[in-house]
Design a protein around this ligand. Structure first.
Ligand code: FMN
Length: 373
């Protein structure tokens, strides 16, 4: 029985050592690549915990003996000093003997030096693997964000303790008036090469009304849900943080107003009704064509849809994804003989208020005019 216990003890020690190495290695990988869901690290952690508990269970007598030995040592000692043994004494290896030897080794000058050097090497190696970014003096906020959002950058000064949970995938307006959109036409004649090569920004619109079919087609090609359940644009982690809000100025049989594009049902949900040409021109820093086109598409990002996974990189990914939708708008418009223009100059707060979003959890990041030429 005793032999069996010793064998188990040795096996568990070896296993603990190996699995601790695996946990360290996978932890470094997860940290360097900002992987917040790295299964191998989680599994290594669980197995390590199991080994550690088994190790404690098999060695609790030694641990108790050592604790008793330490407690005895900390009481004031009135007896004359004993010469310290240089190595383990001869004779049976009782728990008390092993405990005394281990404690002595740790508290010796060499032990303290070893612990210090080990700790220092760990800190230096850790910092070396994840160096803080070098930010030149006078850098703008974009440079600061860009540097700090690189994977592998030490986030010791980060203040985020909890990156939150994944929110619902679809925004809903249960009480909104719904405008059902016609089915999009997926048998177009324009070559993708032609659409890409001919694409351009249009700021002159004819003022003729757009048809609901045209609006439907533009919205579907911009952000619609495809047969596979995915979208017409890529999304990091397929998390789709972008919402589309068409502000309708002049579309047949669609009353003027602010709408939300319901991607699942390919329908419009009315957020506010009315003529928004004047406020939209003001929001776009008085670029008049924003009131002369037929519809202005506002793109927002719901940050938490990505933040729980991509943390500091969320903002980058949100803007990149908005850019994908923007190019879809251009190509869709080109293929249908419509005009489009991207707008980056706008008054964020006023825009967010019009869309009914708080500008913090969900914020407008892009607007595009679309219309008849
Ligand atoms: C992010 C971004 C912001 C833009 N902002 C504006 C804008 O505020 N007003 C405008 O008239 N055009 C804007 N544009 C359109 C550019 O002026 C246009 O793409 C550029 O002049 C090249 O012309 P092209 O699109 O016809 O090839 C923007 C384009 C992008 C990509």
């Amino acid at each position: 029985m005793r032999r069996l216990r010793q064998d188990a003890n040795h096996l568990i020690s070896a296993g603990l050592f190996l699995v601790a190495l695996a946990a360290i290695l996978t932890g470094v990988i997860a940290d360097l690549w900002d992987l917040n869901d790295f299964r191998w690290h989680t599994y290594a952690g669980y197995v390590m915990t199991a080994f550690a508990l088994a190790h404690v269970a098999l060695n609790w007598r030694k641990i108790l003996a050592y604790a008793r030995f330490r407690l005895r040592r900390s009481r004031p000692n009135t007896s004359p000093p004993r010469p310290r043994p240089k190595a383990l004494p001869h004779g049976p290896l009782t728990p008390a003997v092993v405990g005394r030897a281990a404690g002595g080794a740790l508290l010796s000058r060499r032990g303290v030096l070893g612990l210090g050097v080990g700790g220092l090497v760990g800190v230096v190696a850790g910092r070396g693997l994840r160096p803080p970014p070098v930010i030149p003096g006078g850098a703008d906020v974009g440079v600061v964000y860009h540097e700090w959002s690189k994977p592998g950058v030490l986030d010791a000064i980060g203040t985020v303790a909890d990156w939150g949970k994944r929110p619902p995938q679809y925004k809903q307006y249960p009480d909104a008036n719904i405008v059902v959109l016609p089915e999009p036409n997926l048998a177009g004649q324009t070559l993708v090469e032609d659409a890409i090569v001919e694409r351009h920004s249009t700021r002159d619109y004819s003022g003729a009304p757009m048809s609901p079919e045209e609006l439907s087609q533009v919205l579907f090609l911009t952000a619609g849900m495809t047969r596979s359940g995915r979208r017409t644009h890529p999304s990091s982690g397929a998390l789709y943080p972008i919402e589309v809000y068409p502000v309708v100025h002049n579309v047949q049989s669609v009353p003027q107003g602010v709408y939300h594009y319901g991607i699942r049902d390919h329908a419009l949900e009315r957020v506010r009704s009315g003529d928004f040409r004047v406020p939209v021109v003001r929001q776009g820093l008085l670029q008049e064509f924003l009131g002369e086109c037929n519809v202005v598409l506002f793109l927002t990002v719901i940050f938490q849809r990505m933040r729980f996974k991509y943390r500091d990189r969320t903002y980058r990914y949100g803007l990149i994804e908005a850019g994908h939708l923007g190019q879809n708008v251009y190509l869709a418009a080109e293929s249908m003989g419509l005009g489009a223009c991207a707008i980056g100059a706008f008054l964020d707060d006023e825009m967010n208020r019009m869309l009914g979003v708080d500008g913090r959890n969900e914020a407008a990041v892009y607007m595009l005019s679309v219309g008849k030429v």
